[in-house]
Write a protein that binds this ligand. Structure first.
Ligand SMILES: [Zn+2]
Length: 293
């Protein structure tokens, strides 16, 4: 009798243990499923319809989406005795408006970098023809000249700020104040980190710890002035490597924008986003080809 009871107790315990193991497996399977099956996960998103889903690149099976992310620096008049480099970095307000108007007439919608991030997570419906306007360095001519033009055509832009530079002057460049940056942000533009001091990420004197501190500081500066910092940065000079990306990720940054030429965004590689550079005196026909190719 005693043996019978004990056997029954052991059997019940074993049964209970098996049940616990099985339910834990079921729980963890469902818990892990969405992030593990990331690309497939997009299929189940409510916000993405079939035709809007990016198609897998047949070459590497990664998930891509075509978006020209236009890269600008200065918009406006050239200073006297401008260097060749400054000329290349400066697009006149007239040329800029011509480009913006053409994009509007061609059916483009401007989106933010953060929208691409959300799209990669299945949380943003991508317009059929999207464009991103990025402006590096935070020069005051950009805030003065582009915002009214963008607004006129129902667009807005993304500004990469060197967070220790607002309201300073360097040779022939003036940097916008935090008041101007905050006003642009309030008006619906996007503000992202372009480091605290525009250091060259590939110079060996900048240690991993320096990179971490600088990028953390950059994010904190933006947060202090705007109340929020997106997990996005633009690399100064497009200079970065795997170690740099590691430090950026440590600060919470999960999207990095480069100067690699291109408009195919690989959603599996958001730390190496390519752009389309717009040069000063850009031939308009060439601009159209660059964007719409
Ligand atoms: Zn820059």
């Amino acid at each position: 009798m005693f043996n019978q009871t004990k056997k029954l107790q052991i059997a019940m315990l074993v049964g209970l243990a098996l049940l616990m193991v099985a339910s834990a497996q079921v729980y963890f399977y469902f818990k892990k499923a969405p992030s593990k099956n990331f690309p497939e996960n997009l299929k189940y998103s409510q916000s993405l319809s079939e035709e809007r889903r990016p198609l897998p690149n047949p070459k590497d099976q990664s998930w891509t989406v075509k978006i020209p992310i236009l890269m600008y620096h200065h918009i406006g008049e050239l200073p006297p005795k401008a260097s060749q480099m400054r000329e290349d970095l400066t697009v006149s307000a007239n040329d800029f408006e011509e480009q913006v108007k053409w994009l509007k007439d061609s059916g483009y919608t401007s989106i933010h970098l953060n929208d691409i991030l959300l799209y990669s997570q299945g949380e943003f419906t991508m317009p059929k023809k999207s464009v991103v306007f990025t402006f590096d360095d935070g020069y005051d001519d950009v805030f003065i000249n582009t915002i009214p033009i963008l607004k006129k055509y129902g667009f807005n832009g993304t500004f990469g700020i060197i967070t220790q530079y607002p309201k300073t002057v360097s040779s022939d460049s003036f940097y916008a104040s935090w008041e101007d940056i905050a006003a642009a942000y309030q008006a619906g533009n996007e503000i992202v980190c372009h480091t605290q001091n525009h250091f060259d990420g590939l110079e060996t004197k900048y240690t991993p710890e320096y990179i971490f501190q600088n990028l953390s500081g950059c994010q904190l500066d933006i947060k202090n002035h705007l109340g929020i910092a997106e997990p996005i940065m633009i690399y100064p000079y497009g200079r970065y490597n795997a170690s740099y990306i590691k430090q950026a990720n440590r600060t919470g940054i999960i999207m990095g924008v480069t100067v690699h030429e291109g408009d195919i965004i690989n959603l599996d590689n958001l730390m190496e986003i390519p752009r389309v550079r717009v040069h000063g005196h850009q031939n308009f026909e060439k601009f159209k080809l660059l964007v719409a190719k």
